[in-house]
Ligand binder design. Structure first.
Ligand code: FES
Length: 110
């Protein structure tokens, strides 16, 4: 199991464990985080947007162009924003910390 830490909208740290090879989105949902993931990882909704702790951002594999394009449309995007459906859990990200943005936007609805 891989341990990651979510910071929720109230600023509380929530530790969660996920199986290696599954997505950070699934892990967050299992931990009760408000990540809708409406498009189920198809990079079409941006409701799985998370803000990665700066010290972790460079340690993650780079985002694809499709992911960057979708992030451009997400609400409250920062320099270290990522789509959690595109982050795969593995030993190398044990201890990863991400924050839930203040709100998310479902690009499929607008
Ligand atoms: Fe829709 Fe990640 S779940 S973009």
């Amino acid at each position: 199991m891989v341990m990651v830490r979510f910071i929720d909208r109230e600023g509380n740290a929530v530790e969660a464990e996920g199986t290696a090879g599954t997505s950070l989105l699934q892990c967050g949902q299992a931990a009760g985080m408000p990540l809708e993931g409406t498009c189920e990882g198809q990079m079409a909704c941006s409701t799985c947007h998370v803000i990665v702790a700066p010290e972790w951002f460079d340690r993650l594999p780079e985002a694809s162009e499709e992911e960057e394009d979708m992030l451009d449309l997400a609400a409250h995007v920062t320099r270290t924003s990522r789509l959690s459906c595109q982050i795969v859990l593995g030993d190398e990200i044990e201890g990863l910390e991400v924050r839930i943005p203040a709100e998310s936007r479902d690009m499929q609805k607008s």
